[in-house]
Write a protein that binds this ligand. Structure first.
Ligand SMILES: [Zn+2]
Length: 212
């Protein structure tokens, strides 16, 4: 009985379940079981639509993994994600002659809650250099603003880029592409300040509704 209780407590403290299929993990497995990781490797194909790259459709295994990464504060899942996307980002950097990689910044409140930007973590684990766009103030109330103009003006004060992007080719990186609104707003923001050469987007997963 005592042994059983110890095991139960251990399992409660150390959530040793696969982030995807919820099966108990075995020795040497971390955050995701080998089976699920293999499935993700099988689906690992880089696709390009316009100037936007993605690997997965936001569904199945990758959806569970990204959800776990974000909501459960499993920061170390970035190690697994780096194994899946790192090489692809390096490949895009090479073929598109990317000068700067910029992770899409988190809403400040969410950053404080979570304590990390998941995209930055993936890039760090992949050994990829990036520059950060800083949010100079809390933009949470932005959602409350009705007019598009108001929203843009609000964003104008919300971002600060400390690098000269004139004539440069940029790759914006995010985890999931849904409506693309944030990407568009950041692009507009960058283009307002600099005459850039080109801009590309990479997201780990593409939500189906953004396919059209
Ligand atoms: Zn699994």
């Amino acid at each position: 009985m005592r042994k059983f209780l110890t095991q139960v407590i251990k399992r409660l403290i150390f959530d040793n379940k696969c982030s995807v299929c919820k099966e108990q993990l075995i020795k040497n497995e971390e955050y995701i079981c080998e089976k699920c990781f293999f499935k993700l490797k099988e689906k690992n194909n880089l696709k390009k639509i316009g100037n936007k790259y993605h690997i997965y459709e936001y569904d199945g295994e990758i959806r569970e993994l990204l959800k776990n990464f974000k909501l459960k504060n499993r920061k170390n899942i970035s190690k697994k994600l780096a194994l899946l996307v790192g090489q692809k980002i390096k490949y895009i950097k090479e073929i598109e002659n990317i000068d700067f990689i910029i992770p899409v910044p988190l809403n400040l409140n969410r950053y404080l809650e979570r304590g990390f930007n998941q995209v930055e973590e993936i890039l760090k684990e992949s050994d990829i250099e990036f520059i950060s766009i800083e949010r100079v103030k809390n933009t949470k109330y932005m959602y409350g603003l009705k007019g598009k103009k108001e929203r843009i003006e609000n964003l104008d004060r919300a971002f600060s880029i400390n690098v000269d992007l004139t004539g440069k080719t940029i790759l914006l990186v995010d985890d999931i592409l849904t409506t693309g609104a944030t990407i568009e707003e950041i692009t507009r923001e960058i283009e307002k300040k600099y005459i850039i050469k080109n801009i590309f987007v990479f997201t780990v997963a593409l939500a189906l509704k953004s396919k059209k």
